[in-house]
Write a new protein. Sequence first.
Length: 468
Amino acid sequence: MIMSRIEAAPHQAQGDLTERLLAGLPDEAVLTDPDVMASYANDMASFCPAGAPAAVVLPRTVEQVQHVMRTATELHVPVVPQGARTGLSGAANASDGCIVLSLTKMDRILEINPVDRIAVVEPGVVNAALSRAVGEHGLYYPPDPSSWEMCTIGGNIGTASGGLCCVKYGVTAEYVLGLDVVLADGRLMSTGRRTAKGVAGYDLTRLFVGSEGSLGIVVRAVLALRPQPPQQLVLAAEFASAAAACDAVCRIMAGGHVPSLLEIMDRTTVKAVNDIADMGLPETTEALLLAAFDTPDPAPDLAAVGALCEAAGATQVVPADDAAESELLLQARRLSLTALEAVRGVTMIDDVCVPRSRLGDLIEGVERIAEKHQLTIGVVAHAGDGNTHPTVCFDAADADESRRARESFDEIMALGLELGGTITGEHGVGVLKKEWLAREIGPVGIEMQRAVKQVFDPLGILNPGKLF
């Protein structure tokens, strides 16, 4: 129904789109060169179709965004919001004839308030830039996706991003206090608050977090901050099996420990990292567990976790002596996805999250799927919260290998649901997982989500074809 309303828009309205946009935007903010627009067509996901936009718009003000949405509503033109396009689900992919609304030029940090412990930012602010800016005030913005040096706060909000520190500090949704949102018809709405507490009315702020630009355009965000913690220290533990490493994870969490980071790399990932960076990681390992604490004195915590790892069968436990050694260990983890991409040239990065108690079952299941399809699939995971990233390595030029890659990807999602998990912990649904969202939440859930979409976007012009 939504798509049919867009397609029914008068064709002649498309002809004056550029002229109408330029009536409220500077010339440099509207791009129509086909070659330039092609560079805005898609994010970093594999197997996700992308269309050819009619225009790419780079606004700098809220009023300019409002003008774009009023124009789009009047002409019934779809709008695809974008950040840095580092996403992995196709949520930022263009559709034919759309306006790509790139928010990267709205990149101002408007306020940092140490008393209220908030930051007010525009959507194009890069995650790492915000982290460094608040750090100068002794504050900390915890969400840290692996692409934090490139990804934007608006994109993080749109996909409800996570990161390495989620086990202790939580995900993006827990730090978004309030939003300014331009609705489909150009109206500006504010949600949430600046206060530490507030329960007035429905929580519309949370509704927009993770909505992938399908309900409105986030143009400003009020973000919660924390006091900057001490420098964390890291421990590495080597295991002879993934099952033993996952047993250690269960022991750590059941023991009441609160690590600032708890990550796992399987043998495929360890080998890939060594191949591209020669980091000297133990290639005999079947699984490498990284645990970190940012308490004032992390040594006792690391010792306790090290003992639990040994009890679970760790063959070697190495606590870092200082921040430099800790950073070296973390660099290996951050290189994981880049290293796996180098194995065959292209990757499909899954994002299945399971209960911590089923983490071992998921990793063992992925090994069986890799063997069945004769593919290299490495698993790196935020073990502390059960969010795994099975990464399928394949040659995109090989049609049969590409087919097997897609089939294995789907089998991993099915396995995640079978284990009581979810199809995405932090990357979103986008185009890639539309079918699987319907399987996870069921027909009534889809009906209700479509009803919410209808209220905010009755013409169906906001990021059509995404989510469901």
